[in-house]
Design a protein around this ligand. Structure first.
Ligand SMILES: [Zn+2]
Length: 258
């Protein structure tokens, strides 16, 4: 056979392999933040210039409810089977990502419970919330806790997003503080793959759902790491106190509690 034939065959094979790899990676059911039900398609409304939206005018005289500081820690996928009709689409997703013999909700419930115990020591009221958030839920900080998954066990790291539409004006600050504190505590790398779907997380979407946060609730979603990564599991499952430390310190700093 001629050398040109070998060259063409080689080019064809490489192209085919790249194509297969791309399609497989893109459709991986473990690629949580891209394909998990409940991460709504990003809305077409711009993120800025919200100042004249009717919803904002309606809440411009809003006052924070009286009472102690309140924090909502949502456990991703916990009690997923009990969602109301408007969140029926979430049922597809069962317990979330899996790794180390555990479901995402189990790992996140452990971390949320430990964090809630620590925050309570500062006089903060903490709600550990399941998949379904109470209607129009207000807190001084809302943190949705999830863990990611990937077919490649070497994919690791954490990432954070705040709502696309943030009337509190504080969610970006909460996100920035959490990035610093969670990184400092865990040593995890920052995964830059924050998607539009993360920012359109259903619990942020009070326009579409009753069971969502109040528009004035500062909120973030924290993908704490990859359950499919043995390295990340060393902390998330084997030494969760390390992750808890980062979360607690971030919330305390954000709320200016000493
Ligand atoms: Zn999740």
């Amino acid at each position: 056979m001629k050398p040109a034939y070998y060259l063409l065959t080689a080019i064809f094979l490489v192209t085919a392999l790249v194509a297969v790899w791309t399609v497989t990676a893109a459709n991986s059911p473990y690629r949580f933040t891209e394909y998990e039900a409940g991460f709504d398609e990003a809305e077409s409304i711009p993120e800025t210039n919200i100042s004249l939206e009717p919803e904002l005018l309606a809440i411009q005289d809003w006052q924070r409810p009286e009472g102690p500081l309140r924090v909502g820690l949502q456990v991703g996928h916990w009690q997923n089977e009990e969602v109301p009709e408007e969140l029926e689409g979430l049922k597809k997703n069962a317990g979330g990502a899996q790794g180390g013999g555990k479901y995402e909700w189990e790992v996140m419930l452990n971390i949320a419970t430990l964090a809630a115990e620590q925050l309570a020591q500062y006089g903060i009221e903490v709600d550990v919330l399941p998949t379904t958030v109470p209607p129009n839920y207000y807190a001084d900080a809302f943190v949705a806790l999830h863990a990611d998954g990937n077919l490649d066990q070497y994919v690791s790291g954490f990432k954070i997003a705040h709502p696309r539409r943030d009337y509190s004006g504080l969610s970006a600050e909460l996100e920035a503080i959490m990035y610093e504190q969670y990184e400092a505590a865990t040593g995890f790398r920052r995964d830059s793959n924050v998607t539009r779907r993360m920012r359109g997380y259903y619990a942020f979407n009070w326009r579409r759902y009753d069971h969502a946060i109040h528009p004035m609730t500062p909120a973030i979603i924290l993908e704490t790491g990859f359950l499919t990564s043995p390295a990340d599991r060393k902390i998330l499952i084997n030494n969760p106190q390390v992750a808890v430390e980062g979360i607690v310190q971030a919330v305390l700093e954000f709320l200016k509690v000493d």
